[in-house]
Design a protein around this ligand. Structure first.
Ligand SMILES: Nc1ncnc2c1ncn2[C@@H]1O[C@H](COP(=O)(O)OP(=O)(O)OP(=O)(O)O)[C@@H](O)[C@H]1O
Length: 798
């Protein structure tokens, strides 16, 4: 008989010119049809045939795990490689090109990803489970979809002799169009994410962990298979179709299934013809182990085809001459002799736990179970930071398990993207949706993952109905409260690292919550963390700050800056450090707005120490009066010189080292905010001018510069040098107070000018003379040398 190899099949291509479906902008391949030569003996062809296990024993009767019903398509069937299989005539196949991305992915899967191959089973089971979910969901409004009375389950059968694994489901199946759409293109997020992560991966080689993290969906079948066949029947179509693809091929074929032995009432059968080195996956025990490991929490029963055995007694024929005793005849001896034998048979075995974990009693579920469920449900690689399992009763009843992931989602946009598919909503165990737009959690808590199962919502619920639903609103409130309890649990935990991790990953979300959710300020505020003047390396909570407050201290002080380093060195801190008052350092751009929104914590007002009217609780009216008398004139003189640049000049109560500082108006932008707003205008900050807050110039009356200027003002208010010193003082104060100088080059010029004046005064020689001198011959007088080592300004700073 003519033997037709697969290679020769693909070579037998006939151009028919018939209608060919070809998608994705790839050039249509000429309508090529593959004919399986009638009567040809083809190795790879397998036929389904029924083998009902013979169960004769009345001893250990095998227990059937469930009643399949006679119409079940997969009842006790197994593959057999047989030549007789090719008797039927296969209809023409249509050939399609994969979308470019799929080709790239396939190439990667086949040629680069060697480790973690076993995830193929997880991916295919997950697809089967999704297909069953879809069917169950649609059948709520279209009960006729379930007209073929087959159970909703997944069955995995192996043929270890031939290296074949088959995953079958009775789910929604696919029409011909859906086959092209789903198994030739990448539209869905998981695989697209994988490709993106791969692209972003710095090293040119492939990180084998990525596949474990993301999965590559259906295409992972090619991790282990040289050929994949998907035979599928949708209730929307009268016909069953077969998709066939090979590793290392840029195209696939689709044909109609005509072999009656292979027809199924509904669902999908994925047949994997394993690569030579991967045939080990076709061992029934290995598949069983993988199902237990990866798909324990799939909410449909998963059966695997297992060899079983039971013992029975059988009679043994013996040689009568050996055992016959006097008076016994042959018959008596035979009757008594039996032996125990093991009878082998094959049957389906339920391999997973079908009661959803959230329906179980929390006391019986271990942390490991929760973590496994999390990883498997959300395709996560790392364990969650925390989880909570609860049932709410009363007005609305629902069960839920929520998780805090251990890392923030990749990509900057995710922080404000509430469409995360992180919450899976079930109604009476039927999966309804994971597509929520802030309906169950506010956007700042969109990182929370979990499942919610309610008996109170209608099954045929649309998004619009969900949004309007009072039940959803109540659910949202309770879920948010539980999420806060869970996060608080991390904060309270003895393991400080956990909260540090949480804060690093989701601190921004919490701050966003302060802006977005006024009603929950009381829950959000204790979660905030900041560095402070007394804790520069370890961030502290507001509770810790309040506990650490001085008895007479009324306010919570803060300064916003671009880094801890700038905050630590700001002149605004001087007096507070001296008085041992703690100051929070707000170094994240969102911090300042968040704190301004919060306004107070435990009845203590937040006070920006860079703003006017700073009250440090030490009012001495007599001293103030005295100071005003002594320095009132210089204040007016400086204001006159600076004109519109400042709204006023005042004697400062916050300085003890610096000569002056530029403070912002109470309700205006701080220097930090001005810098941030300017950065957002991308260069053109003219529109911001009117938004700038008025600035107040504060002077330190104890500082030698101010004292000297005070004397100059009193003796000659028109002294040019003194007036220029005021200009420089203003520019320098602006810089040290965190403002951007208006004219940096001019400021540089002023500093150089002052430097030359100072040098000339000290060295008593002109620059020209200085240049003329040999460096080695410069004589530094002893007194000056001492001053350089320990300059007067430095002494003042001490
Ligand atoms: N057993 C199946 N029954 C019905 N449709 C299926 C089945 N397997 C795959 N599909 C269809 O093929 C599509 C692509 O599958 P694939 O596994 O590549 O991605 P996905 O399941 O959508 O996403 P992900 O794997 O990231 O969860 C699915 O969305 C589904 O529409």
């Amino acid at each position: 008989m003519h033997r037709l190899s697969r290679r020769s099949i693909s070579a037998v291509l006939f151009h028919t010119g018939g209608a060919t479906r070809c998608r994705n902008a790839t050039a249509p391949i000429a309508s090529s049809n593959i004919f399986h030569k009638s009567g040809g003996e083809i190795d790879e062809k397998f036929r389904w045939y029924s083998v009902l296990a013979t169960r004769q024993s009345n001893h250990a009767k095998p227990i059937k795990p469930f009643n399949l019903g006679s119409s079940h398509p997969f009842l006790g069937v197994r593959y057999e490689s047989t030549a007789a299989a090719s008797d039927s005539f296969n209809p023409p196949s249509e050939k399609y090109e994969y979308q470019a991305e799929v080709s790239r992915l396939m190439d990667l899967i086949v040629n680069s990803l060697y480790s973690n191959k076993e995830v193929f089973l997880r991916e295919l089971i997950s697809n089967a489970s999704d297909a069953l979910d879809k069917l169950r969901f649609l059948s709520v409004t279209e009960p006729e979809l379930l007209r073929n009375a087959v159970d909703l389950d997944i069955r995995i059968q192996t043929d270890k002799d031939n290296g074949i694994v088959t995953i079958m489901d009775t789910g929604i199946g696919m029409t011909r169009e859906e086959l092209v759409d789903c198994l030739g293109t990448i539209a869905q997020s998981g695989t697209a994410k994988f490709l993106k992560a791969l692209k972003e991966s710095k090293d040119a080689g492939v990180d084998s962990n990525l596949i474990g993290q993301f999965g590559v969906g259906f295409y992972s079948a090619f991790l282990v298979s040289e050929r994949v066949e998907v035979s599928t029947k949708s209730p929307k179509s009268d016909k069953q179709y077969v998709w066939e693809g090979e590793a290392n091929s840029s195209s696939y074929t689709i044909r109609e299934e005509t072999d009656h032995a292979k027809l199924i009432p509904r669902g999908t059968r994925v047949t994997l013809y394993l690569k030579r080195d991967d045939k080990g996956f076709a061992h029934p025990e290995r598949i069983q182990k993988l199902v237990k490991n990866y798909s324990q929490f799939v909410s449909f029963p998963i059966y695997t085809w297992q060899e079983k055995g039971y013992t029975k007694e059988v009679e043994v024929d013996e040689d009568p001459s050996e055992s016959k005793k006097d008076g016994q005849d042959d018959k008596d001896v035979k009757k008594k002799k039996t032996k125990t034998v093991v009878e082998r048979y094959w049957d389906w075995e339920l391999t997973n736990e079908t009661q959803p974990i959230w329906l179980r009693n929390p006391k019986e579920v271990t942390t490991e179970d929760y973590n496994d469920f999390y990883k498997k449900t959300f395709n996560e690689y790392l364990e969650p930071l925390a989880s909570t399992h609860f049932t709410t009763e009363g007005e609305v009843e629902f069960r839920s398990i929520l998780y805090v992931p251990s890392i923030a989602p990749m990509g900057k946009d995710d922080i404000i993207n509430p469409k995360t598919k992180n919450i899976r909503l079930y109604v009476k165990r039927v999966f309804i949706s994971d597509d929520f737009d802030g309906d169950l959690f506010p956007r700042y808590l969109s990182f929370i993952k979990g499942v919610v199962d309610s008996n109170d919502l209608p099954l045929n619920v649309s998004r619009e109905i969900l949004q309007e639903s009072r039940i959803m609103r109540i659910m949202k409130k309770r879920l948010v409260r539980k999420a806060f309890e869970m996060i608080n649990g991390i904060a309270m935990s003895e393991n400080k690292d956990d909260y540090d991790k949480f804060w690093e990953n989701f601190g921004k979300h919490i701050k966003l919550g302060i802006l977005d959710d006024k009603d929950n300020h009381k829950r959000l505020a204790p979660l905030l963390r900041f560095f402070s003047s007394q804790s520069e390396d370890v961030s502290i909570s507001l509770d810790e700050y309040v506990e650490n407050m001085k008895s007479e201290q009324k306010n919570i002080y803060y300064i916003a800056a671009d880094s801890v380093n700038s905050a630590r060195n700001t002149p605004f801190l001087e007096k507070l450090l001296e008085k041992d008052l703690e100051v929070l350092f707000l170094v994240d751009p969102i911090d300042e707005v968040a704190i301004q929104n919060l306004k107070e914590f435990k009845d203590k007002q937040f006070v920006d120490i860079s703003k006017e009217d700073l009250d440090l609780g030490e009012k001495d009216e007599d001293k103030e009066k005295e100071m005003k008398q002594e320095f009132g004139q210089i204040c007016d003189w400086i204001k006159k010189r600076l004109g519109e640049k400042v709204a006023g000049v005042q004697i400062s109560n916050r300085l003890n080292v610096s000569p002056c500082v530029l403070v912002s108006a109470k309700f205006g932008w701080s220097a930090n905010m001005e810098r941030l707003m300017k950065a957002q205008t991308m260069g053109d900050s003219s529109s911001l001018d009117f938004m700038r807050s008025r600035r107040i110039f504060e002077i330190n009356p104890e500082h030698p510069i101010i004292k000297t200027l005070n004397a100059a003002c009193k003796s000659n208010a028109n002294d040019e040098e003194a007036l220029r010193a005021i200009d420089l003082l203003y520019d320098t104060a602006a810089v040290s107070s965190g403002f951007t100088p208006e004219n940096p080059a001019q400021l540089g010029g002023k500093i150089y000018e002052m430097m030359s004046m100072a040098l000339l005064a000290k060295w008593g020689t002109s620059a020209c003379d200085f240049e003329k001198q040999e460096t080695s011959s410069i004589h530094v007088p002893e007194t000056i040398e001492a001053e350089i080592v320990n300059p007067p300004a430095a002494e003042a700073q001490k």
